[in-house]
Unconditional design. Structure first.
Length: 276
C-alpha cells in the first residue's frame, strides 16, 4: 500500500455544486490532492485550479445534457453536492435534490471508468427512507424529470415535505443501484450530514427554527464545517473505500446513533433548546 492511499492524483473527477459550502470545500480539497477537477453549478465557482467549470441548471434537462457534453470525456469519480432547502418551490426542491441529480448521474454512467465512485449528499432528513420503501419505489419509478415532477404534483400531500422526500429518495436510490453498478466495478454511496455552517443554514433556520437546529447540533455542541462534510465524500470515492458501496453514511458527530439507540431524545433536546 503506497503513501497516496486516497489515490486521487491524476484522476478525472466531476463536482456538481462547487459554488459554495461543502461543494466548494470538496473541490478545493480535490485540487490539492492532485485530481483533475471539473466543476459544475448554476452559479460560478470561486475554486482556483479547476480544469473546467460549466454552468448547469439541475432544473432543466437540456441544461444538464449540455453541461454533460461540455465537460465530455470519462470520469473516475462523481461528487453530487448541489441541493435546495424548503424555502424554494416544492417541485424545484424535489427536482434539484433528486430528479435532476439522478439524470446528471445517469448521463455519466456510460463514461465512468472501472473502479469509479459516485457519492451524493443526502441529509439526516432522509434517514427514515427504509420505512417508506413503497412510496420511494413508486416515486423512483418515474424515469425522468418531467414524469417525476408530475408524480410529485399528483402526490404531494402523501409524499410530504419535499426536502425529506428528495433526501429519502437519494438514500433509497443509492442502496438500490449499488449491486448493479458493482458488476462494473463502480461504487455508489451517500452521506447524511447534520446541519452545516454554510450560507444555506439561514434557510433551514427559517424553516425549522433555532430550537430544532440547536437540537441537531447537540451531539457535538456546534454545527459541522463544510470541510468536515467534504472529507467523508472524498473518502467514500477514494481508493481507500474500494469495497464500500450502497452506504448511507451519517456525518453527524454521533447524533443519529444516539437517536437510534435511545441515548438521545430529540424531542427533549428541542424542548431544552427552546427553554434556553
Amino acid at each position: 500500500m503506497g503513501a497516496d492511499i486516497l489515490g486521487y492524483r491524476g484522476k478525472r473527477v466531476v463536482v456538481m455544486g462547487c459554488h459554495s459550502g461543502t461543494g466548494e470545500a470538496c473541490a478545493r480539497a480535490l485540487v490539492a490532492l492532485g485530481a483533475e477537477v471539473h466543476g459544475a453549478d448554476v452559479r460560478p465557482s470561486p475554486v482556483a485550479g479547476l480544469a473546467s467549470f460549466t454552468t448547469v441548471d439541475l432544473l432543466d434537462a437540456a441544461s444538464i445534457a449540455a453541461g454533460f457534453e461540455a465537460i465530455g470525456g470519462e470520469a473516475d469519480a462523481m461528487f453530487n453536492i448541489s441541493g435546495l432547502p424548503q424555502t424554494f418551490p416544492a417541485e424545484d426542491v424535489v427536482t434539484v435534490n433528486f430528479l435532476g441529480m439522478r439524470h446528471w448521474t445517469q448521463l455519466w454512467l456510460p463514461r465512468l471508468r472501472e473502479g469509479a465512485g459516485i457519492v451524493t449528499v443526502s441529509s439526516l432528513g432522509g434517514m427514515k427512507h427504509l420505512a417508506r420503501q413503497d412510496l420511494m419505489q413508486e416515486f423512483m419509478a418515474n424515469p425522468d424529470i418531467a414524469s417525476g415532477r408530475a408524480w410529485y404534483r399528483a402526490n404531494a400531500e402523501r409524499a410530504g415535505d419535499p426536502y425529506t422526500l428528495s433526501k429519502e429518495a437519494i438514500n433509497s436510490w443509492t442502496m438500490r443501484e449499488a449491486p448493479g453498478l458493482m458488476a462494473r466495478g463502480i461504487r455508489i454511496n451517500s452521506t447524511m450530514p447534520s446541519p452545516i455552517d454554510t450560507p444555506m443554514l439561514k434557510d433551514f433556520r427559517q424553516v425549522a427554527g433555532d430550537a430544532v437546529l440547536g437540537a441537531f447540533a447537540r451531539a457535538k455542541g456546534r454545527f459541522s464545517t463544510p470541510e468536515e462534510q467534504a472529507l467523508p465524500l472524498i473518502l467514500l470515492n477514494s481508493d481507500a473505500a474500494s469495497f464500500i458501496s450502497g452506504v448511507c453514511l451519517p456525518v453527524d458527530a454521533g447524533l443519529s446513533g444516539g437517536l437510534a439507540t435511545g441515548v438521545l431524545d430529540l424531542q427533549a433536546m428541542i424542548a431544552e433548546a427552546t427553554a434556553a
